[in-house]
Design a protein around this ligand. Structure first.
Ligand code: AMP
Length: 249
């Protein structure tokens, strides 16, 4: 079984993003970019499934600018077998990415796609769900455990009240939650090996997909700054303030 793992290049999670002065978005010039952390978990899970003998090939895919090649090289260093860059300078929105992924999933005949539950830049949490809908496939989102056997995937999901277990027939779409696994460190020998692994470049038109944005960003602004706190003298004052000022107890 082939596993498709979409990986997005995003601003590194350690970077404090700055809003552009014209409020059109955040400034990504000269900012460290990395693989979306949930996608690293997805690649790790695919590699573990291959190590267990469940998967035969892992294909990492990234949609976006040429620099996404770096993100794909990281996926290859973690253990993906080959990579596909769907190259475009157009700003990609979840629906466009989902259409590209659907086309690639069908072209490759993959039995499973493991995506991140959300990209930490736009926090959309939409692509996996849209991909499942467009491809007409079952989906299990927010996965904290994946077991594959007899053409089925049993997925434990993190839901508000605790854990829910669902089973789906393959092919299927899974999105990862934080506790699914802890991705391995990328070692130098694996970075070197990754350089020799195949990377194919496609254009959206090669997959017959129109990626024109459908949504327009009206304005991006910083969240309101936090007001300074106060130190209280004792517990009685704290209780009084919580009761009468904050009115939370
Ligand atoms: P989102 O719906 O934007 O929060 O993204 C959810 C997941 O979809 C990510 O964790 C990735 O697995 C995948 N994804 C989103 N955008 C891209 C992209 N440009 N290239 C590859 N995968 C993507």
């Amino acid at each position: 079984m082939k596993i498709l793992v979409p990986v997005k290049r995003v601003v590194d999670y350690n970077v404090k993003v700055r809003v552009k002065s014209d409020h059109t978005g955040v400034d990504i010039a000269n900012v460290k970019m990395s693989m979306n952390p949930f996608d690293e978990i997805a690649v790790e899970e695919a590699v573990r499934l291959k190590e267990k003998g469940v998967a035969t090939e892992i294909i990492a895919v990234s949609c976006g600018v040429t620099a996404c090649q770096e993100t794909l090289r990281t996926a290859l260093a973690i253990g993906a077998d080959r990579a596909v860059l769907i190259e475009t300078d157009v700003e990609l929105q979840p629906l466009a990415v989902a259409k590209l992924l659907k086309a690639l999933l069908e072209k490759e005949g993959a039995g499973l796609a493991i995506l991140g539950k959300q990209a930490i830049d736009d926090d959309a949490n939409q692509t996996g769900q849209m991909l499942a809908a467009l491809a007409g496939l079952p989906q299990a989102t927010f996965a904290s455990k994946i077991e594959i056997a007899d053409g089925k995937a049993a997925v434990t999901r993190e839901v508000d009240g605790g854990l829910e277990k669902v089973t789906m027939t393959l092919p299927a779409i899974v999105t990862t939650d934080l506790r699914l696994n802890e991705p391995r460190y990328v070692t130098l020998p694996n970075i070197m090996k990754a350089k020799k692994k195949p990377m194919e470049t496609l254009k959206p038109a090669d997959l017959g997909v129109d990626v024109t944005p459908r949504l327009k960003t009206l304005k991006v602004s910083e969240p309101a700054g936090r007001k300074a706190g106060v130190k209280v003298a004792d517990v009685a004052t704290l209780i009084d303030k919580l009761k009468n000022e904050a009115k939370v107890i």
